[in-house]
Design a protein around this ligand. Structure first.
Ligand code: MSP
Length: 518
């Protein structure tokens, strides 16, 4: 197998029927962190990060109608909110795909034609029940009360001619593929969930069209003048339409989807079945290789329920960022719950995390170290070859967990690298734990060695070696948090300076909160 020296990461493309909320920002912050990390491991030119917006379908048509706009006018307005939020959150995407773009429409139509030509898509009659807000079909047996099993809203009865993708033809292939590729669907509980769904149910054909009379806001089918494409078929194709093309022989080519590229889809668990069943079968039928990993993360809940537009309990990410800062927000989402599990969102827990980890641990380490450099060395950073110098036992222990200097970089943060791999389920919070272990050790070392006594006793050489070590810890921590908290990493670099520190305000001044401080 070719060595994977490229990395292609995607997020779901978000519906533009309402403003972005915390759930959307979660996936993008996680994907951004992995993209930044992989750019350092593989190089910028070998990493590609795609996000975008899902702009067709009934939900959007209806939302536009409500505002008295055409769907086109409506999506052009809402998409700006997504782009602005990503800029604000430092989301370093390489490409932003909109499903209303020509490059996408062309690839969707071409994919449908190939599948139709090969007999994977065929005309048929549809009778069943449809949840319009969720754009999902249900069989009578799945929804005996005529309410959507997912959202509990009333279903509409539907009878019409449509086009169908034969999923069953690929069912046993898919089961085998998932069994043989343990990293294909992650985490493990989601993999098992899909495997048991596939082994216990016979897959029904997937209806991939909608009659125009019912929905006009979609991509026209080239082989039927009276249909547009089902929005989920349209949406999933974004992952390939953004990065490649079919040639005259129906073969797909892409710099980012070759054998030498690791393809990772990050999604929320709500859209796992679309990604782990429909998408692989679409790709297989199109003769395109599988992505390497489809990772479904958990939900952010607010109180009892999932945060979602339809439940009306969304928190606006911009408000959180204005209140607590970009990197506090990024840190909280990635640190608070292991990636893959559900989490409870509350401002109290943000404040607790902030005060403990950012103000007390990281902020304090930097602030008091820089204070001492200022006080005892007039701001000049003590120059020591700390890696060849001998320290006391605690100092040696700290030295041991530091990355070696430039010449021996090979071992660069092995624990962080491995925490962020697919094998470890992109465990951001574990990566943070290992960084914070360094911070805690350094803080403890300061408390135990009482460097201010060295100053009093005029042991200048020892004091400068001590502070040299602390500066090295801070500068390494700064580099290690770069992918997670890029803005803070820049501030640390700035404050440390080259030879002389530039101490600014504390990076994370404690937040006083009566409720959490009791
Ligand atoms: N347009 C489809 C996705 C098509 S991908 C080919 C869609 N869009 S969505 O706007 O509803 O966003 C879905 C994604 O947003 C989820 O999969 C997840 O990534 C994120 N989240 C939305 N609400 C969420 C939470 N409450 N918690 C965490 N993430 C969730 O579905």
């Amino acid at each position: 197998m070719a060595e994977k020296n490229k990395f292609y990461i995607t997020t779901p493309i978000y519906y533009v029927n309402a403003s972005p909320h915390i759930g959307h920002s979660y996936t993008n912050i996680a994907a951004d962190t992995l993209a930044r990390h992989m750019r350092r491991v593989l190089g910028k030119e070998n990493t590609w990060f795609l996000t975008g917006t899902d702009e067709h379908g009934q939900k959007i048509e209806r939302a536009a109608e409500k505002q008295g706009l055409t769907p086109g006018q409506f999506v052009d307005r809402v998409v700006v909110q997504f782009r602005d939020l990503w800029d604000k959150l430092n989301i370093s995407y390489n490409d932003f795909i909109r499903t209303t773009e020509d490059r996408h429409i062309k690839t969707v139509q071409r994919s449908l034609e190939i599948l139709y030509k090969n007999g994977d898509i065929y005309e048929g009659k549809y009778e069943g029940w449809y949840c319009t807000p969720d754009e999902t079909f249900w069989l009578e047996s799945q929804a005996p009360d005529k309410l959507c099993p997912d959202c509990r809203r009333p279903l509409e009865e539907i009878k019409e001619i449509n086009y169908f993708l034969n999923l069953q033809k690929y069912q046993s292939w898919l089961i085998e593929y998932i069994k043989n590729n343990p990293l294909f669907i992650r985490p493990e509980n989601r993999r098992n969930e899909i495997l048991s769904f596939l082994t216990l149910n016979k897959l029904s054909p997937l209806c991939i069209s909608r009659p125009k009379e019912r929905l006009s806001w979609g991509i026209p089918l080239s082989f039927s003048a009276s249909h547009v494409t089902y929005v989920w078929f349209d949406a999933l194709i974004n992952y390939i339409s953004a990065v490649g093309e079919f040639d005259a022989n129906d073969k797909y080519h892409s710099r980012w989807w070759g054998e030498d590229s690791r393809v990772v889809h990050l999604i929320g668990k709500d859209i796992l079945r679309h990604h782990a069943v429909y998408w692989p079968i679409m790709l297989k039928a199109l003769g395109i290789r599988m992505p390497d990993t489809i990772f479904a993360h958990g939900w952010w809940m607010l109180g009892e329920g999932k945060m979602s537009k339809s439940r009306g309990n969304v928190v606006n990410p911009l408000d959180m960022v204005d209140k607590y800062g970009i990197d506090t927000y990024r840190y909280f989402l990635l640190r608070e719950v292991p990636f893959g599990l559900d989490g409870n969102f509350s401002e109290d827990s943000i404040i607790k995390r902030f005060n403990a980890d950012l103000a007390n641990d990281l902020g304090n380490l930097i602030y008091r170290t820089l204070n001492m450099v200022e006080k005892y060395f007039q701001g000049k950073i003590p120059q020591h070859d700390i890696f060849s110098r001998r320290y006391d036992a605690a100092g040696e222990e700290i030295k041991n967990i530091l990355d070696f200097p430039a010449s021996q970089r090979a071992s660069f943060s092995r624990d962080i690298n491995s925490s962020l791999s697919a094998e470890s389920d992109f465990n951001f919070s574990l990566a943070f734990e290992s960084i914070w272990r360094r911070i805690s050790m350094a803080n403890k070392y300061i408390e135990e060695s009482k460097p201010w006594n060295l100053a009093k006793e005029n042991k200048i050489d020892e004091l400068s070696a001590f502070l040299g070590l602390m500066i090295e810890v801070i500068s390494q921590v700064g580099r290690q948090i770069e992918s997670f908290m890029p803005y803070t990493a820049d501030l640390i670099k700035e404050q440390l300076g080259e030879k002389e520190i530039k101490k600014g305000k504390p990076l994370f001044p404690r937040i006083e909160n009566k409720e959490t401080d009791t």
